[in-house]
Write a protein that binds this ligand. Structure first.
Ligand code: PBG
Ligand code: ZN
Length: 327
């Protein structure tokens, strides 16, 4: 008889056998920065998540810094939105100012910035719009401009999330031409048109004003197409590729990470966070256990980087467990 239970007898041997272990360094924490002053707005559908104005950022940045997580993923919410997303690439845009602030005051924090136009567009779509059509090629120069302006402000990495074709190449070329050949691009390569983004769109004020995002984000029925998207982004020069959302897409992550030799990121998105929080607040699930299980599954499926709103909590739990000798 195979006696698998020999290696499960007590915590010591189980720990020795553990194949996948979360670490704080794996985690990126999404951060919403809103134009204005003295703002710390709770996001109703995401308990524990806030929009901060730049002058109120210190509280969370100190936590990020102490937590020793991998870094932050920044989203900006401008006061003015228009049809060309001009605040997305304005030198003094709220996101650019937030990046410079963090860069100056917290040089130890690794700053990744989400590159997408939807938060800056009056219509809420991720690209330029003509009639009801979201334009692809016309959008690329704006994304490239946004990426360069953010790196100029001090961003360590850019993460295009718009799902326009050819944007990784456009951004890579623009960064190289501007002298930023050392700045990596983390591409949201297999980003599905998902109902799991609902809470995020409240947090980032980025819900599309008409229609949906299905003409650019992927159909969640398609796994093979996800592999083609990832392959294309690799060819265009992506340094890291992403699968998003996480939990309902671990099959995609698993297959892609087995197939391609490149670091993978996965985004544990707002709706996934909201579901866990709601159940935990009702006492229906143990938050710490469920989050640890979920994130471990993401790493087991092949993620090197996990982007999660739970990052700061997880860092504290891991630290506590280590202090208590439980890991
Ligand atoms: C911007 C963007 C979105 C998310 C990350 N970048 C929203 C969207 O595509 O509608 C979703 C993140 C989350 O739900 O936590 N394009
Ligand atoms: Zn977008």
């Amino acid at each position: 008889m195979k006696r698998f239970r020999r290696l499960r007898r007590d915590e010591r041997i189980r720990s020795l056998m553990q194949e996948t272990r979360l670490c704080r360094a794996d985690l990126l924490y999404p951060l919403f920065v809103i134009e204005g002053e003295n703002i710390k707005n709770p996001v109703a559908s995401m308990p524990g998540v806030f929009q901060y104005s730049i002058d109120c950022l210190d509280e969370v940045l100190v936590r990020v810094s102490r937590s020793r997580i991998g870094g932050v993923l920044l989203f900006g919410i401008p006061a003015v939105k228009d049809e060309t997303a001009s605040q997305a690439y304005a030198e003094d845009g709220v996101t650019q100012r937030a990046v410079s602030y963090i860069r100056e005051k917290y040089p130890e924090i690794y700053v990744v910035v989400d590159v997408c136009l939807c938060e800056y567009m009056s219509h809420g779509h991720c690209g330029l719009v003509r009639g009801e059509t979201v334009l692809n090629d016309e959008t690329l120069p704006l994304l490239a401009k946004m990426a360069v302006s953010l790196v100029r402000a001090g961003a360590d990495m850019v993460a295009p999330s718009d799902m326009m074709d050819g944007r990784v190449a456009a951004i890579r070329k623009a960064l190289d031409d501007a002298g930023f050949s050392q700045t990596p691009v983390m591409a949201y390569s297999a980003k599905f048109a998902s109902a799991y983004y609902g809470p995020f769109r409240d947090a980032a004020h980025s819900a599309p004003g008409f229609g949906d995002r299905k003409s650019y984000q992927m159909d969640y029925a398609n796994g093979q197409e996800a592999l083609r998207e990832i392959e294309a982004d690799m060819e265009e020069g992506a340094d890291i590729v992403m699968v998003k959302p996480a939990l309902a897409y671990l099959d995609v992550l698993k297959e892609a990470s087995a197939q391609f030799r490149i670091p993978f990121a996965v985004y544990n998105v707002s709706g996934e966070y909201a579901m866990v929080k709601a159940a935990a607040q009702n006492g229906w699930l143990d938050e710490k256990k469920i989050v640890t299980e979920n994130l471990t599954a993401m790493k087991r499926a092949g993620a090197k980087i996990i982007i999660t709103y739970h990052a700061l909590d997880v860092a504290e739990w891991l630290h506590g467990d280590r202090e208590a000798g439980r890991m």
